[in-house]
Design a protein around this ligand. Structure first.
Ligand SMILES: Nc1nc2c(c(=O)[nH]1)N[C@H]1C(S)=C(S)[C@@H](COP(=O)(O)OP(=O)(O)OC[C@H]3O[C@@H](n4cnc5c(=O)[nH]c(N)nc54)[C@H](O)[C@@H]3O)O[C@H]1N2
Ligand SMILES: Nc1nc2c(c(=O)[nH]1)N[C@H]1C(S)=C(S)[C@@H](COP(=O)(O)OP(=O)(O)OC[C@H]3O[C@@H](n4cnc5c(=O)[nH]c(N)nc54)[C@H](O)[C@@H]3O)O[C@H]1N2
Ligand SMILES: [Mo]
Length: 818
C-alpha cells in the first residue's frame, strides 16, 4: 500500500475511526488499524499470525502480533474482503483478556462442596463415569450439551457427531438459541434453507439500506464504517432505521421509526400494505419465483398506516415514508437483528423483511440482499455443523433420506441417530434439567448464569444437587463457579480452527501462542471424551475418526459436499493464502459465492431443502406432504401473519416496556472485555436509559440510582437520561456479578428481570420485552458512567465525554491495493 503517514487515533472516543469516502460501485478503500501494547512498534514484533476477530459476527480479518511467545497486539488485514484492514474497539483491545492473570489453568472438581484443582485424568474420568452410569440407567436423553457461537467449526462438528452420532441424544443446542435461532428460522421459512442471500459488498452498491432492530454502529462497528464511508462519498445511500433508541444508525437515517417494543409485526405489515397498495412490486418475479403472495395481500389489507401508527406509537406519515424508501429503492439491502429476533413474534417479523425482497425481486444482484444477521463470531458454524440441534450440512430432520445419508457418512446404524423427536432447544434443555430428566449438562463457551432469562430460575437449575454440571471455559465465570467439573480451555489465539461470519465468509484462525498452564483446545477436550468413552463406528473405528483441527475440517468438508454450505473447494492452505472465502465453495468455484439465488432458484426443492417450515403462530412443523403441495418447484415462500400483542401487558404496577441489549465497548457477560482496561473504563458498570419525559414524571435526574423492577425481580442502576423513546427503559445485559470490586454485585444483571418466554417458531427467548417499573432510590453522586459516544449518549450536555487515549494507529493508503 502506498501509505500516507500513520495517524494516532483515540478509538474509544472515535469508535469508527477516520472516514475513507467512496462512491457506489467502487471498491471500499483499505485502512489498516493496529494496536500494540506498551508502546511497541511493528519492528518489535517477532511474528504475525493469521486470524479474525471473535467478539462479534463481522469476521474482521486480522493478524495477531507475537513477541516472546506472548500476544502483544493485533493488526487488520488490508486485502480481506470483509474489513479491508479495519478493526473495531473490541478487536483492538479485547485480546488482552488472553493474558489475564486469572485464566483457568487446571481442571477443577468439586470435593465436599468446594472446587479444587486436579489433573485431566481425574476430571475426565469423572465425566466419563457419570456419562456411562446415566447411559446405562436412563439412556441418551439423560445427557445434554449446551454450547456456543464462539468455538470453531471443527469443534462444533466434533460435538455434533458425538451427540447425534455416538450418543444419540437430541439434547444439544447452542447459546445461538438466544442469538440467531430466528435468523436461521426466518431463512428456513422463506427459502427453506439457512444461508444469507446477501453479502457485505452489497453496501458498496445499495441506494437504500434498511436496518431492522439492528444497532450495527455498536455491534458490527466495521460494517458501520463501511456504511459511513458510503454516506461520506458521492451518491450516498439512504438509511431506514427501526429501533426505539436513538442509535447512531437512527441519527444517520433518512427515516427513523421508533416503535413500541413488541410491535414489529404490525409495523412490517403496515409497510407491506403500502408497498402492495402502491404497486411497488415486481409481479413477474413474484409469479415466477415465489408462492404465497395472495395470502400476504389479504393478510396485510387491514394494516393501514393509521391503524399501525396507533399500535406502534409512531407517525402514520413516517410509515408511508419508510414504505416509500424501501418500496422505490433500486438496490435495497436489508439487515435484521435482535430488535426483531428477541421478541414474541420474532420469526414472523423477520420473515416480513424477506417478503419485501421477494416482492421487489431484490435478491442475488449487487446491492440487493438480505442479511438475517448473526451475532456471534461462529454462530453460523454452530448451525451448519448441527451443534444447535440442526442436522449437519443443513440436512432435514423430517427427511429420512437425509438422516440416512449422514449415518452413512459417519458409518453408524441409522437407528443410532436420535429418533422421532424434534431437537431439544436450549430453553427446553434447561426445563428438562429443572424437571430432572436431564441429569448431566455439559456447558461449553457460554455463561448462562448471566445470559439466560430469569436468572434466579437459572441459578436454581444449575445449583441442583442431582444435576451433574460440566463447564468448559477460559475463566471462572458465574456459571463455572456452580460446576461439578471445570475444564480449562485454550482461547482464540491459542488453538487453530476455522469460522464463518454473517455473510458466509470463512476465515482460518491459526494458533499464535501456547495456552496457559494445562488449558487445552476445546477440540482436544471433545476428542479426548470420545476416546475415553470408546465411541466407535460400525467397523470398530474411532468415532469421530479425526485427530486434529485440519483432519476435522476435512471430515466436515465431506459432510458439506453438495449441500448449500459446501466447503469442498476450500482447504487450510487456500484459506491461508486467499484470506476470507464465502461458501458455497466447491472445487468448481474455488473463489466461493458472493450472493445466493442470483438465478432466481432456491434450495427449496422438497427432497433437498433443510426445512419444511413451521406455523409462525403455533410453531407446529409443516407436514412434508403439505410442503410438497405448497412448493413443489424450488421457489421462495411468502409467509403472511397477523400481529398480536405480547402476553405480558403493561399495567399500573409495571407501566414501562423494558428492553435489553448491548453497548459498543463490551461483549456479552464481559469475561473478555471486562478484562481489557480501555474497554472496561469506557463502560464500567450498569446503567438504565430513560426518556426525559419519563424521568421528569418519576422525579429522576441524570445519575440517580434507580430501582428497575419487573414482575420477577429488581436491580439497581444509575439513570442515563437519553433520547430513548418514551415509555421504554433500556438496560445493557453485560453486567453479571463476577467482579467483586463492584458495589452493586448481585443486583445489576438485566436478566434478573427478563422472562422465560420464546418465539414459537425459532424458540428464541424474548429478551426485548418485559413489563417494568422504575423508582428513584437516591442521588448517585454524579452522572451515570454510560458511554456518551453511543446510543446511551446523554440528553444533558454537562456529562464528561467518553475518551481513551491516542493508542491506535491507522494507515490509509493513497493507492489501496495491498
Ligand atoms: N459491542 C458489541 N457488539 C456485539 C456484541 C456485544 O455483546 N457487544 N454481541 C454480538 C452478538 S452475539 C449479537 S447477537 C449482536 C447483536 O447486535 P444488535 O441486535 O445490533 O444489538 P442489541 O443491542 O441486542 O439490539 C439491537 C437494537 O434492538 C433495539 N430494540 C429493542 N427492542 C426492539 C423492538 O421491539 N423493535 C425494534 N425494532 N428494535 C428493538 C434496541 O434498542 C437495540 O438498539 O451483536 C454482536 N456484536
Ligand atoms: N437480557 C439479554 N440477554 C441476552 C441477550 C440480550 O440482548 N439481552 N443476548 C443474547 C445473545 S444474542 C447472546 S449471543 C448471549 C451470549 O451469552 P453468553 O454466551 O453466555 O456470553 P459470553 O460472555 O460471550 O459467554 C461466552 C463464554 O465462553 C468463554 N469462552 C471464550 N472463548 C472460549 C473458548 O475458546 N473456549 C471455551 N471453552 N470458552 C470460551 C467466555 O469466557 C465466556 O464465559 O446472551 C444472550 N442474552
Ligand atoms: Mo448473540
Amino acid at each position: 500500500m502506498n501509505e500516507l503517514p500513520p495517524r494516532h487515533v483515540d478509538r474509544i472516543a472515535e469508535p469508527w475511526g477516520t472516514r475513507t469516502p467512496y462512491g457506489p460501485g467502487t471498491p471500499w478503500p483499505a485502512r489498516v488499524d493496529s494496536y500494540l501494547a506498551d508502546g511497541l512498534d511493528e519492528q518489535d514484533v517477532d511474528r504475525w499470525v493469521q486470524s479474525a476477530s471473535v467478539l462479534h459476527s463481522n469476521g474482521d480479518a486480522l493478524d495477531i502480533a507475537v513477541k516472546d511467545d506472548v500476544i502483544v497486539g493485533v493488526r487488520g488485514r488490508a486485502n480481506d474482503r470483509v474489513n479491508r484492514g479495519r478493526l473495531g474497539p473490541k478487536d483492538l483491545y479485547g485480546w488482552q483478556a488472553n493474558n489475564s492473570g486469572d485464566r483457568l489453568t487446571a481442571p477443577m472438581i468439586r470435593v465436599n462442596g468446594e472446587l479444587v484443582e486436579t489433573d485431566w485424568d481425574t476430571a475426565m474420568n469423572r465425566i466419563v463415569a457419570r456419562s456411562r452410569e446415566l447411559l446405562a440407567d436412563s439412556g441418551p436423553d439423560a445427557l445434554g450439551f449446551y454450547t456456543s457461537g464462539q468455538l470453531f467449526l471443527e469443534e462444533y462438528y466434533t460435538l455434533g457427531v458425538i451427540a447425534h452420532g455416538a450418543i444419540g441424544t437430541n439434547n444439544v443446542d447452542g447459546n445461538t438459541r438466544l442469538c440467531t435461532a430466528t435468523a436461521a428460522q426466518a431463512l428456513k421459512e422463506s427459502f427453506a434453507s439457512d444461508g444469507q442471500p446477501g453479502s457485505y459488498s452489497d453496501v458498496d452498491h445499495a441506494d437504500v439500506i434498511a436496518l431492522y432492530g439492528h444497532n450495527v454502529a455498536e455491534t458490527q462497528t466495521v460494517l458501520w464504517s463501511r456504511i459511513l464511508d458510503r454516506l461520506a462519498g458521492e451518491n450516498p445511500p439512504q438509511l431506514l432505521c427501526i429501533d426505539p433508541r436513538p442509535t447512531h444508525v437512527a441519527r444517520q437515517a433518512a427515516v427513523h421509526l421508533a416503535p413500541m417494543p413488541g410491535t414489529n409485526v404490525a409495523l412490517m405489515n403496515g409497510i407491506l400494505h403500502e408497498i402492495i397498495s402502491n404497486g411497488w412490486v415486481a409481479q413477474d418475479y413474484i409469479d415466477r419465483h415465489s408462492v404465497g403472495f395472495d395470502d400476504l395481500v389479504s393478510h396485510t389489507r387491514a394494516y393501514s398506516p393509521e391503524r399501525v401508527a396507533e399500535i406502534c406509537g409512531v407517525d402514520a406519515d413516517d410509515i408511508r415514508r419508510a414504505a416509500y424508501l424501501v418500496g422505490t429503492a433500486e438496490k435495497l439491502l436489508s439487515t435484521v437483528l435482535q430488535g426483531f429476533y428477541q421478541s414474541h413474534q420474532a420469526t414472523a417479523a423477520a420473515v416480513q423483511v424477506n417478503n419485501i425482497h421477494i416482492l421487489r425481486g431484490m435478491l442475488g444482484r449487487p446491492g440487493c440482499g438480505v442479511l438475517q444477521m448473526n451475532g456471534q463470531p461462529s454462530a453460523q458454524n454452530t448451525r451448519e455443523c448441527g451443534a444447535d440441534g440442526d442436522l449437519a450440512g443443513f440436512r432435514n430432520w423430517a427427511n429420512d433420506a437425509h438422516i440416512a445419508e449422514l449415518a452413512g457418512l459417519w458409518n453408524i446404524d441409522v437407528e443410532k441417530m436420535p429418533q422421532g423427536s424434534p431437537p431439544t432447544h436450549a430453553m427446553k434443555i434447561f426445563d428438562s434439567a429443572e424437571q430432572g430428566s436431564i441429569r448431566m449438562l455439559w456447558v461449553s463457551a457460554t455463561n448462562p448464569a448471566v445470559s439466560m432469562p430469569e436468572l434466579s430460575r437459572i441459578r436454581n437449575i444449575l445449583a441442583q444437587e442431582r444435576l451433574f454440571l460440566v463447564v468448559q471455559d477460559i475463566f471462572l465465570t458465574e456459571t463455572a463457579s456452580m460446576a461439578d467439573v471445570i475444564l480449562p480451555a485454550a482461547a482464540w489465539g491459542e488453538k487453530t480452527g476455522t469460522f464463518t461470519n454473517a455473510d458466509r465468509t470463512v476465515h482460518i484462525s491459526d494458533k499464535a501462542v501456547e495456552p496457559p498452564g494445562e488449558a487445552r483446545p476445546d477440540l482436544d477436550i471433545f476428542l479426548d471424551y470420545a476416546r475415553r468413552m470408546n465411541f466407535e463406528d460400525r467397523d470398530g473405528q474411532a468415532l469421530p475418526p479425526w485427530h486434529d483441527a485440519e483432519s476435522a475440517f476435512e471430515g466436515w468438508k465431506r459432510a458439506s459436499a453438495g449441500r448449500p454450505c459446501d466447503y469442498t473447494g476450500m482447504s487450510y492452505d487456500s484459506l491461508r493464502t486467499r484470506g476470507g472465502i464465502q461458501w458455497p465453495c466447491s472445487t468448481d468455484n474455488p473463489d466461493g459465492t458472493e450472493r445466493l439465488y442470483s438465478d432466481g432458484s432456491f434450495w427449496s426443492d422438497p427432497d433437498y431443502c433443510e426445512s419444511y417450515g413451521k406455523d409462525l403462530v403455533t410453531g407446529d412443523p409443516v407436514e412434508p406432504s403439505e410442503y410438497r403441495a405448497l412448493n413443489p418447484d424450488s421457489r421462495a415462500v411468502v409467509k403472511a401473519v397477523h400481529y398480536f400483542p405480547p402476553n405480558e401487558t403493561l399495567s399500573e404496577a409495571f407501566p414501562l416496556a423494558l428492553i435489553t441489549g448491548r453497548t459498543l465497548y463490551h461483549f456479552h457477560t464481559r469475561t473478555k472485555t471486562g478484562r481489557a482496561p480501555q474497554l472496561q473504563r469506557a463502560a464500567p458498570t450498569v446503567w438504565v436509559e430513560i426518556s426525559e419525559m419519563d424521568a421528569a414524571n418519576l422525579g429522576v435526574e441524570e445519575g440517580d440510582v434507580v430501582e428497575v423492577s419487573s414482575p420477577r425481580s429488581s436491580i439497581h442502576a444509575q439513570a442515563r437520561i437519553s433520547g430513548i423513546r418514551e415509555g421504554v427503559l433500556f438496560v445493557p445485559f453485560h453486567y453479571g456479578y463476577w467482579d467483586a470490586s463492584s458495589a452493586e454485585t448481585h443486583e445489576r444483571a438485566a436478566n434478573e428481570l427478563t422472562r422465560t418466554e420464546w418465539d414459537p417458531a425459532s424458540k428464541q427467548p424474548q429478551f426485548k420485552y418485559a413489563a417494568a417499573q422504575a423508582r428513584r432510590l437516591r442521588a448517585g453522586g454524579g452522572p451515570s458512567k454510560a458511554p456518551t459516544t453511543t446510543a446511551s449518549a446523554p440528553s444533558a450536555s454537562t456529562v464528561v465525554p467518553t475518551v481513551g487515549g491516542l493508542e491506535t494507529v491507522e494507515r490509509t493508503g493513497s493507492s489501496t491495493t495491498s
